[in-house]
Design a protein around this ligand. Structure first.
Ligand code: ADP
Ligand code: MG
Length: 254
């Protein structure tokens, strides 16, 4: 099955259970939004999928196209086609975006295979055109003195160049300004298609005005309490997360 599948996942950190039985499936070709109040464990889930060593999976499974993701180290996960948006948030002084991306792509090639400069630049410029980015941008050092919008642009360009099977974008940043938001939205909308599955993590419904998800999931206290189509995001905006939580509890009370 071509999907990223999380089954009954339980995660602890520092002896505290944060993810408590989370089940979620993102088929390739679909964009799924994961929403939820602060502290519900969204970023914890993203970090576990990326392979962050501090988080302990105590129960459950994560499969990517049927392969056990939890057995792979973070680098192998990336090679297998998983992309995490927060993977390179730090500044890399003196290294241009063009060289950084080239090294990233080169490192994913099989041993002995060389990335041709002409092929690389052709692809780079093609992707930049698709994303409506200025070519001069790639001669800047990675994230050095970048605005929120420019950091997002770097991230989206990485996503475009690496052509992953699944992308997890954790938009934790409460300070996502309109420029950054539009960059992310235009990027995801340009890149979405049958070969890419996206898990878009966001606290804010606002982003979903620009990226219309195929499905929306609501996470509260470490598990999914509700899933639905895009209208669910609007309903949440109107009625809040308490409503989502209560609705779920109701059948059990009857
Ligand atoms: P969200 O992204 O939904 O806001 P997080 O996954 O960031 O939620 O956090 C969920 C809970 O896990 C919070 O209560 C947070 O304090 C706790 N948590 C996250 N990371 C750590 C950590 N490294 N050490 C201790 N507690 C953590
Ligand atoms: Mg978060």
């Amino acid at each position: 099955m071509k999907e990223l599948s999380v089954e009954n996942l339980h995660v602890t950190i520092g002896g505290q259970q944060i993810v408590r039985g989370l089940t979620l499936r993102v088929p390739r070709g679909e964009v799924h939004a994961l929403m939820g109040p602060n502290g519900s464990g969204k970023s914890t889930l993203a970090k576990v999928l990326a392979g962050h060593p501090d988080y302990e999976v105590t129960k459950g499974k994560v499969l990517m196209d049927g392969e056990n993701l939890l057995e792979l180290d973070p680098d192998e996960r990336a090679r297998c086609g998983l992309f995490m948006a927060f993977q390179y948030p730090s500044e890399v002084p003196g290294v241009t975006i063009a060289n950084f991306l080239r090294a990233a792509i080169q490192s994913r090639l099989p041993e002995g295979e060389e990335l041709e400069a002409t092929d690389y630049y052709a692809k780079l410029y093609e992707k930049m055109e698709l994303l409506r980015m200025d070519r001069s941008f790639t001669s800047r050092a990675v994230n050095e003195g970048f605005s929120g919008g420019e950091k997002k642009r770097t991230e989206i360009l990485q996503l475009a160049m690496l052509e992953p099977k699944y992308a997890i974008l954790d938009e934790t940043d409460s300070g996502l300004d309109i420029d950054a938001l539009k960059t992310v939205a235009h990027g995801v909308n340009s890149l979405r298609g049958p070969d890419l599955g996206v898990l878009l993590i966001t606290h804010y419904q606002r982003l979903l005005n620009y990226i219309v998800p195929d499905y929306v999931h609501v996470m509260v206290a470490g598990r999914i309490v509700r899933s639905g189509r895009k209208e669910l995001a609007l309903e949440l905006e109107e009625r809040g997360y308490d409503w989502a939580r209560e609705e779920r509890a109701e059948p059990a009370l009857r």
